[in-house]
Design a protein around this ligand. Structure first.
Ligand code: G3H
Ligand code: 13P
Ligand code: ZN
Length: 307
């Protein structure tokens, strides 16, 4: 069934777990995410970035997800991830496909972020669409050379409180040291948990952790064995994710782990079966590996069994 982000996150909040939000670009990725939700009986967020829409089309991804959600026993949110182009965010709200949108004004001056987010919230709520917004720069702690620089980029708890109050958003994406992509940390994964704790104390809406891929060792090993150059990749450790959920994170965004699972599956298959040219056979192991990764994440987040 298709549901709003706010309903799923309200339940997660009461149950003190987090819901996984997985980026899709094509049919196989969508099938993997839904298959994982079914197997784990978990609520799930299926999300499309602006790049995914450019690649596959809003209507195409929207219709596929609606059909999958309609047939599923699990609550499925269809969410726009990192909407930066306001015209596209408005189009997503009005399309009737999305039950939730993220307006990402994090790179705008603060007052402009507040004003635009507020305008999006008004439009979205009139259509019963939830809104996630972002404050702070999603970037690794190691990217900042000084404490001052870190403070200037990571989410300020007091400003977060004010931002939520002024905009009326349903969920807030915060910056506590995670970053997008496969190369998040040079050493061990390190998040600013003290900052997260403070934000949880002050902010009234559910919090979202972006850049939460773990780069699982087995998937990375399979990728590198068959030629993918990601030996130096490092994700957020499972223990850090668990701690973040314990401290109040309620939505966890994962894209990179799906990408590397897809890659690992295809590379191995093409190496092992050089005579096969049928895309259905080539994509099958990739799809299975993505399902495995999503199921592991659902168990870690505590949303398994909560559908
Ligand atoms: O947050 C970024 C997601 O991983 C989406 O990436 O814009 O390349 O689709 P993308
Ligand atoms: P990863 O790159 O860690 O998968 O993060 C994805 C994300 O935050 C999508 O919004
Ligand atoms: Zn993100």
């Amino acid at each position: 069934m298709l549901v709003t982000l706010s309903s799923v996150l309200a339940k997660a909040r009461r149950g003190r777990y987090a819901v996984g939000a997985f980026n899709i670009n094509n049919l196989e990725t969508l099938q993997s995410v839904i298959a994982a939700a079914e197997a784990e009986r978990a609520p799930v967020v299926v999300q499309t970035s602006e790049g995914a829409i450019e690649y596959a089309g809003m209507e195409e991804l929207g219709l596929l997800t609606h059909l999958a959600a309609l047939r599923s026993r699990c609550p499925v949110v269809f969410h726009l991830d990192h909407g930066k182009n306001t015209d596209l965010v408005v189009k997503a709200i009005q399309s009737g496909y999305y039950t939730s949108v993220m307006f990402d004004g994090s790179s705008l001056p603060y007052e402009e972020n507040v004003a635009t987010t507020k305008r999006i919230v008004k439009l979205a709520h009139a259509k019963r669409v939830s809104v996630e917004a972002e404050l702070g720069a999603i970037a690794g702690i190691e990217d900042f050379v000084s404490v001052e620089e870190r403070d200037a980029h990571l989410t300020d708890p007091t400003q977060a409180k004010e931002f939520v109050k002024r905009t009326g958003i349903d969920a807030l994406a915060i910056a506590i040291g995670t970053s997008h992509g496969a190369f998040k940390f040079k050493h061990e994964s390190r998040l600013d948990f003290a900052r997260l704790k403070k934000i949880t104390e002050l902010v009234s809406v559910p919090l979202v952790l972006h850049g939460a891929s773990g780069v699982p060792a087995a998937i990375k090993a399979q990728c590198t064995k068959y030629g993918c150059e990601i030996a130096a990749a490092k994700g957020v450790s499972d223990s850090s994710i668990k701690k973040a959920v314990g401290l109040g994170i309620r939505k966890v965004n994962v894209d990179t782990d799906l990408r590397i699972a897809f890659d690992a599956g295809i590379r191995k298959f093409l190496h092992d079966k050089p005579g096969v040219i049928d895309p259905r056979e080539i994509l099958k192991p990739a799809r299975e590996l993505m399902t495995k990764v999503v199921r592991q994440k659902m168990k870690l987040l505590g949303c398994a069994g909560k559908a």
